[in-house]
Write a protein that binds this ligand. Structure first.
Ligand SMILES: [Zn+2]
Length: 84
């Protein structure tokens, strides 16, 4: 997957409030693959490490699965991006 494209996709989702800014509650490692990434939107294959992320109760969405790399991008964007 393309790091720059994933960063742009995650920024867009943050702006559209599809992803919360922070509100991380817990993160579970998941290595089975399947489903699509809540960050970049691409499929998660069995060869790619991913995380199941739960957000603080009350936040929508309640949980998202990320590629490990997309999770790291999301965290980074949450720290750097201010809502405009
Ligand atoms: Zn991804």
């Amino acid at each position: 997957m393309n790091h720059a494209a994933a960063t742009l996709a995650i920024r867009w989702r943050l702006r559209q409030r599809i992803l919360p800014h922070g509100e991380l509650w817990r993160r579970l490692g998941e290595y089975t693959g399947g489903g699509s990434c809540g960050g970049c939107g691409e499929r998660i294959t069995s060869a790619q490490a991913s995380y199941d992320v739960d957000f603080t109760p009350g936040v929508t969405p309640q949980s998202v699965r990320f590629h490990r790399e997309c999770f790291e991008i999301w965290q980074c964007e949450c720290q750097s991006a201010l809502p405009s």
